[in-house]
Design a protein around this ligand. Structure first.
Ligand code: 5GP
Length: 205
């Protein structure tokens, strides 16, 4: 049987640029990207089925009831969840899947998938983060304040992640994240079966 794909969890502060980093990882290195479901309103330019599956609260709740998510969480005032079917199919086909999710979801994933790699993307400093959030221009003052407060809470969980990558320059950040993924795939723990197979085959050869 082909080896299962790796689950790659990418989290980070809102405004740290993780969306752009993830997009480039998918484009440049061909990782699969899980599209989440959410109850939040689409932002301008966002496409249903591409950026998110936009759901009503009732639709979202019934997906929870049918075990349709591998994890879900409430973030600010909305629900977000990772659809089970796509992730399981991709991993079973040996493809590595990126989940761009927040910290509660990341913790939930690590409980279920010990092999998952957890990466946190951050801006170089709190000031840069605030300026990037303001510069995005898609959010009201109130929403920015809420996201900064949330970022402050999330910073408490940064040390839960296995890798912290600063997003100062996009291409460098993308390369660093890809290096983390490649290193993870070379870890001894990730290759137990290969080691066992080599040992037993070499005895017989
Ligand atoms: P945004 O509203 O800015 O698109 O996303 C808000 C936060 O929700 C981000 O931190 C994003 O990574 C997270 N998020 C997106 N999809 C999911 C998901 O399926 N599960 C969880 N737990 N968080 C998600």
């Amino acid at each position: 049987m082909e080896k299962k794909g790796l689950l790659i969890v990418v989290s980070g502060f809102s405004g740290a640029g993780k969306g752009t980093v993830v997009k480039k990882l998918v484009e440049d290195y061909g990782y699969s990207l899980s599209v989440s479901a959410t109850t939040r309103q689409p932002r301008e330019g966002e496409v249903d089925g591409k950026d998110y599956y936009f759901k009503t609260v009732d639709e979202f709740r019934s997906l929870i009831d049918y075990n349709g998510f591998i994890e879900w969480a409430q973030y600010v005032d909305n629900y977000y969840g990772t659809p089970r079917k796509f992730v399981e199919e991709e991993m079973n086909a040996g493809r590595d899947v990126i989940l761009e999710i927040e910290v509660q979801g990341a913790m939930n994933i690590k409980k279920q998938y010990k092999d998952a790699v957890l990466i946190f993307i951050t801006a170089p400093s709190a000031e840069v983060l605030r300026d990037r959030l303001k510069g995005r221009g898609t959010e009201s003052e109130e929403a920015i304040a809420k996201r900064l407060k949330r970022a402050s809470e999330e910073s408490e969980d940064m040390d839960f992640y296995e890798y912290i990558v600063v997003n100062d320059e996009l291409d460098t950040c993308v390369q660093k994240v890809n290096s983390v993924i490649l290193a993870k795939k070379c870890e001894k723990e990730y290759n137990i079966k290969l080691i066992e197979d080599m040992k037993s085959s070499l005895k017989e050869i």
